[in-house]
Design a binder for this molecule. Sequence first.
Ligand code: 5AD
Ligand code: FES
Length: 349
Amino acid sequence: MKAKEILDKAYNTHKLSKDEIKFLLSLEGEEKELLFEYADRVRKEYVGDDVYLRGLIEFSSYCKNDCFYCGLRRSNKEAQRYRMQEDEIVEVAKRAYAIGYRTVVLQSGEDPYYTKDRICSIIKKIKENIDVAITLSIGERSYEDYKAFREAGADRYLMRFETSNKVLYQKYHPGMSFENRIECLRWIKSLGYELGTGFLIGLPEQTIDDLADDILLVYELDSDMVGIGPFIPHPQTPLKDAEVGSVDLTLKCIAILRLLLPDSNIPATTALGTLDPLGRQKGLKCGANIVMPNVNDLKYKLKYELYPGKICINEDATKCRGCIESIIISLGRKVGQGYGQSRHYRLKK
Ligand code: 5AD
Ligand code: FES
């Protein structure tokens, strides 16, 4: 197999077989650079030079789950927990709006304190006050909940399936079910949300074969957004001694996903920026078109520790926005104006 041939096929058809994906994941040196060039070209042709910024509000660090990799897991007794109340969340959203954000992402651990009614009320309050798109990222819920959130005004929903390898899924997510997660993602899609999903790169025992399946599952779910990032071991979790995920492999996954889903939104994630000081820049140069800076107060940022060493933890929201804007400009790109709806979603409607 020749890299150029496969890349030309992907460029023309936006389809790849599992073997072809595995081959692309194994590229090194000049051929790897060629993969990145193709992905960058597809990104430019389909979603242009605009990089959209999303203001991330992590409103609760409580979680009822016990995922093996995550610092928020309920068994982590050292984790610092907080819950923001409605008024406070709305205030942060307003501040994000004032400094230029037109999408806010409401994220939390899976925290039942936030009942259906509470979440609906937060969504409505934000929409009454400011003109933003709202992305929810609060995990697995019932169909009725998703429906109510959508009716209350939520536009998008983000939930990674984390890994498509069911054996690994079961192992790292005690008490959870892969089937249920996928069912949730299908419900979300059927309710007309812009759907975002994705996976972790470098979980212990995960293979290249698994990553190819992960990529194909994102494709099959026809995701409007794809968030992927390297695994970073957290010291207060069972995976504390595991090896850190590979930045390079993450970049290759981003590039392949851009070839397969040319008009989807793909963020250069914070985890990528955490492992490599130039990680987000590299992501933006091989297919990514989104960055999701945290807009929360510093006092909360410190406590939402999915993994250690998170970047921007001491930066306030205004400074972060300035910093990321200059990164975007330095790459010859532009800061996207407006909601930045996924083109993939728009064209299907
Ligand atoms: N390293 C990297 N990413 C992590 N996440 C959770 N824990 C870690 C970790 N240790 C990711 C999960 C989740 C997202 C919000 O954060 O993929 O979906
Ligand atoms: Fe937050 Fe650079 S993006 S300080």
